[in-house]
Design a protein around this ligand. Structure first.
Ligand code: PEP
Ligand code: MN
Length: 365
């Protein structure tokens, strides 16, 4: 359900004329030298306005590097003194917030593992009451848009208006080349339901490796996302967390130079042509919906008929025939095989649902 959050746009609290806004820095602060030298190199890249570094690291298993903790706050204060970067830290509980505020941290973020837990988010929100600080809310690990929205709402209710969503990909059981597949439909739906929420894309945690970073960053730009959060380390190969996905500042610079930034809207002529394409799509969608309605009506009739004659719903032979036949025909129309397969499975599932409903309503048959 759509929600109206009171949000102050990023450019009203952060000096970021360059597009895209880039937040960068190591996954974890490890030592003072690493923090400072990474920051000095990043500060030379125009788009980078915010320096990120994890101090308290949520690790899946114990006995891994869990961050340097409060010790790193002083290093980030040095980053502020020695560069023009703002500094951002992940907070997972009220005590983290208290320490960050005491050390002049500019921006806080709530991590994916915290956002899954409304109790933790609520505690954080309570601790933020009366505080004027920008907060970024990462999506929860599981692909649950309402949980993400819920966290944004809780933080916003506490009076935080400098609010940003960070899209870092989602956990999926399916095999994927990504560490956390982007499932773009979810952030796009977030934009539809909360139109004024800025969304920053975190290609590092989506990809899990450096090879795919450019593709995802480009996609983020083409989908009109508001910025990028990319992990950077002076020696990624020696990083104590997320080593495979971090890049050197010089490679971040290269990546940004390779991004194609397209215009969000074009000339009058372009807009007219686009409108005409869109009108065609509207008409075709009307036809599609009409056809779909007619198809399902026949499914309903088949369901009644099968029910009257005590015939089972799933007819495997028929289903195998449909899949084979429609895939063959669809390929001739240049439709993608995976897309077509998914579409057919979706239609089949709906047919089964309709027919099951009919049988359940008439159990005596
Ligand atoms: C991070 O930003 O280093 C991090 C832990 O990310 P996430 O919460 O998205 O896993
Ligand atoms: Mn990380």
């Amino acid at each position: 359900m759509a929600t109206n959050l009171e949000i102050i746009p990023i450019n009203e609290w952060l000096d970021c004329k360059e597009h895209p806004l880039v937040i960068s820095g190591p996954c974890s602060a490890e030592n003072e030298e690493q923090v400072i030298s990474t920051a000095i190199q990043l500060a030379q890249i125009n788009n980078v306005k915010v320096y990120r570094a994890g101090l308290w690291k949520p690790r899946t298993r114990p006995n891994y590097f869990e961050g340097v903790g409060s010790k790193g706050l002083a290093w980030l204060q040095r980053v502020k003194e020695e560069t023009n970067l703002k500094v951002a830290v992940e907070v997972a509980k009220p005590s983290h917030i208290e320490k960050c505020l005491a050390h002049g941290i500019d921006i806080l973020w709530i991590g994916a593992r915290t956002v899954v837990n409304p109790f933790s988010v609520q505690e954080i929100a309570e601790a933020l009451k009366g505080v004027d600080i920008p907060v970024m809310v990462k999506n929860p690990i599981n692909p649950d848009l309402t949980l993400w929205m819920g966290a944004l709402e809780r933080v916003n209710k506490s009076g935080i208006k400098k609010l940003v969503a960070v899209h870092r990909g989602f956990y999926s059981l399916n095999q994927s080349k990504y560490r956390n597949p982007p499932m773009w439909e979810i952030p796009i739906e977030l934009k539809r339901l909360v139109p004024n929420i800025p969304i920053i894309v975190d290609p590092s945690h989506i990809c899990g490796n450096k090879e795919l970073l450019l593709d995802i960053s480009q996609k983020a730009m083409d989908l009109e996302m508001d910025g990028l959060m990319i992990e950077s380390h002076i020696k990624p190969w020696a990083a104590l967390s997320d080593a495979k996905q971090q890049i050197e500042p010089k490679n971040l610079k290269l990546l940004l130079e390779n991004l194609v930034i397209r215009e969000m809207s074009g000339t009058k002529e372009f807009e007219n042509k686009l409108t005409s394409y869109r009108n065609q799509i509207d008409e075709i969608d009307d036809e599609l919906l009409d056809i779909l309605g007619r198809r399902l009506k026949i499914v309903d009739e088949i369901g009644q008929y099968k029910n009257e004659h005590k015939i089972t719903i799933l007819q495997l032979k028929r289903w195998s025939y449909i899949i084979e036949d429609r895939l063959k025909k669809g390929l001739k129309h240049n439709l993608d095989r995976d897309f077509l397969q998914k579409l057919l499975e979706l239609m089949h599932a709906e047919s089964l649902r309709i027919q099951t409903e009919i049988m359940n309503k008439n159990p005596e048959n």
